[in-house]
Design a binder for this molecule. Structure first.
Ligand SMILES: Nc1nc(=O)c2c([nH]1)NC[C@@H]1CN(c3ccc(C(=O)N[C@@H](CCC(=O)O)C(=O)O)cc3)CN21
Ligand SMILES: CC(C)C(=O)C(=O)O
Ligand SMILES: [Mg+2]
Length: 270
């Protein structure tokens, strides 16, 4: 059984690719401040995501749509000060990567704030942007399935890819983003079988949230791990309840992912 320990050296994209090849799960947490980022480093969390979910979890908005570049930069800087070992990913806010030119300008600012990678939501339409960013040395994490910045187009925070047609589309999007040079792929709220098919078919590591246990990694929002969310998504789990304290909750989440215990059936869509 795996027990988490402090990260010894900085985690890179290459570290995560090797873990995929070796079949070792890696841990990701979406978090927003220096002390939590430091705790993640001490707990061996390989990647931290400064998510635009901060609009909902920290700032009190109803969606991620109002989040600005200035807010993302403020929180990326805080996380980068608190953590010198995890791979730091920064979400690009709504409409800041609508064109490749906007994506270049805005990704530059996220990287200069201390991120090691940017994350963008969308499918094949982003392939050109992924190529332009990665060719210029900016690693990219793609994000498919439930893409919260499109909540008004999707009609709510709903499971995606349940019928054969939409599943095929997501599979095709993943292939095109992989081909374009994306470094990682978040799969959110998709059936476990689809996440597994994608994970087996792309070269980049996949990170699941509500995507079953067969992705290369898992991510959860720290507020959900710590039971701070009023109406938490079904796929999330309050680890503070069993652990009793905050470091213990983070450790339990990391252990359960590494040991293939989380997510179980209760936290998985079929
Ligand atoms: N605290 C928090 N956790 C998150 O995981 C998260 C955020 N905030 N904010 C940004 C997005 C929004 N996310 C969400 C929000 C709600 C559901 C949700 O309520 N889903 C339904 C499933 C509906 C269905 O079955 O189709 C659920 O009951 O979980 C899912 C993802 C994920 N992200
Ligand atoms: C839930 C994760 C994947 C995210 O995009 C965020 O925290 O903003
Ligand atoms: Mg996000």
């Amino acid at each position: 059984m795996y027990a988490p320990t402090e990260l010894e050296k900085p985690v890179t994209v290459q570290t995560l690719r090797k873990m995929k090849a070796d079949g070792e799960k890696f841990i990701t947490v979406a978090l927003y401040d220096a002390p939590m980022a430091a705790m993640a480093q001490r707990t061996g969390v390989e990647a931290v995501l400064v998510g635009d979910s901060l609009g909902m979890t920290v700032l009190g908005y109803d969606s991620t749509i109002p989040v600005t570049m200035e807010q993302m930069i403020y929180h990326v800087e805080a996380v980068a000060r608190g953590n010198k070992k995890s791979l730091i990913m920064g979400d690009m806010p709504f409409m800041t990567y609508a064109t490749p030119e906007q994506a270049l300008t805005n990704a530059t600012r996220i990287m200069q704030a201390g991120a090691h990678m940017v994350k963008i939501e969308g499918g094949a339409w982003l392939a050109e942007t992924v190529k332009i960013l990665t060719d210029r040395g900016i690693p990219v994490c793609a994000h498919l399935g439930l893409t919260p910045q499109s909540v008004h187009k999707l009609g709510g925070y709903r499971v995606q890819g349940r019928d054969e047609g939409s599943a095929g589309e997501i599979l095709d999007d993943a292939a095109q983003l992989d081909q374009a040079g994306a470094d990682l792929l978040v799969l959110e709220c998709v059936p476990a079988s689809l996440a597994r098919r994608i994970t087996d078919s792309v070269s980049m590591p996949t990170i699941g949230i509500g995507a079953g246990r067969d992705t290369d990694a898992q991510v959860l929002v720290i507020n959900d791990i710590l039971g701070l969310t009023e109406q938490p998504p079904k796929f999330s789990k309050n680890f503070l309840q069993e652990a009793g304290n905050i470091p213990g909750a983070l450790r339990k989440y990391a252990e359960d992912v590494k040991n293939g215990v989380f997510p179980d059936d209760e936290h998985t869509f079929r």
